[in-house]
Design a protein around this ligand. Structure first.
Ligand code: NAD
Length: 261
């Protein structure tokens, strides 16, 4: 239980990768602050279930990651109710797929706000507390799309490249504060975010979702299998460990060979 006594705030942890990371940190004994959208009763069941399963404290913040004031309030609440945040995982994210000339302006703004700016505002909220304690971990969930591009993902690729820049700046600023800042760059992970893209592809091409999944992997990922939220969680736990204390400012790929090409 290497993280007992630490408080982990994972944005977008009501689903997918964020939930996988939250579960992995909880299994190491970290207390959790969950965040993300969803049915209120289902979130409460998730919150109490995690608290019971791992014998930890679990809070929930409904803060909308597109709203800086709500992110700041989430930081203050974490300070008041949980004694601050030791591990911040900036994970919340959305996707939208279209060519640039057809890309709706509001989708551009939403993706930049949720996938990039939220990480800046959340970091700003928790860094003073981490510096005071002399220990902290910030993990930004970027993507293979932080390192290479794909067509029709202008906002997403721009946001993910941007978050790698933010990761490096924060790492340098905090280099001697006991705080590391790194990015995880997954390839395809089967979550609701990807399921929606698979369904759209299957519908467009008149093929099954399974066939669309095979095509997605074959196009990008030499290792023809999806990574899992559990595996991303395992990597996050490693980045929180003492062995990783001099790893900072880097993108860590977990992508089945995607960016090796
Ligand atoms: P998901 O749709 O399963 O989960 C997204 C989470 O973010 C949910 O909890 C959702 O409620 C939350 N969220 C969305 N908008 C929010 C907002 N405005 N405020 C607060 N919470 C909000 O998606 P996922 O695949 O688990 O994605 C998680 C992260 O991983 C994203 O940053 C995504 O870009 C990244 N990622 C995913 C993949 C993949 O293949 N699934 C690959 C690389 C990177």
């Amino acid at each position: 239980m290497s993280l007992k006594g630490k408080v982990a705030l994972v944005t977008g942890s009501t689903s997918g990768i964020g939930l996988g990371i939250a579960r992995a940190l909880a299994a190491e004994g970290a207390d959790l602050i969950l965040n993300g959208f969803g049915d209120a009763a289902a979130i409460e069941t998730l919150r109490t279930g995690l608290a019971q399963e791992f014998s930890i404290r679990v809070a929930y913040s409904a803060a909308d990651m597109s709203k800086p004031a709500e992110i700041a309030a989430m930081g203050s609440e974490a300070e008041a109710s949980m004694g601050g945040v030791d591990i911040l995982v900036n994970n919340a994210g959305i996707q939208f797929v279209a060519n640039i000339e057809d890309f709706p302006e509001e989708k551009w703004h939403a993706i930049i706000a949720i996938n990039l700016s939220s990480a800046f505002f959340a970091s700003k909220a928790v860094i003073p507390g981490m510096k005071k304690k002399g220990w902290g971990r910030i993990i930004n969930v970027a993507s293979a799309h932080g390192l290479v591009a794909s067509a029709q993902k202008a906002a997403y690729v721009a946001a993910k490249h941007g978050i790698l820049g933010l990761t490096k700046v924060a790492a340098i600023e905090l280099a001697n504060a006991g705080v590391t800042v790194n990015a995880i760059c997954p390839g395809w992970v089967k979550t609701p975010l990807v399921d929606r893209q698979l369904e759209a592809r299957a519908q467009k091409e008149g093929i099954s979702v399974e066939k669309a999944a095979g095509e997605f992997l074959a196009e990008k990922q030499p290792m023809l299998q999806f990574s899992t939220p559990e595996a991303i969680g395992g990597l996050a736990v490693f980045l929180c460990s003492d062995a990783a204390r001099t790893i900072t400012g880097v993108p860590v790929s977990i992508d089945g060979g995607w960016v090796a090409q």
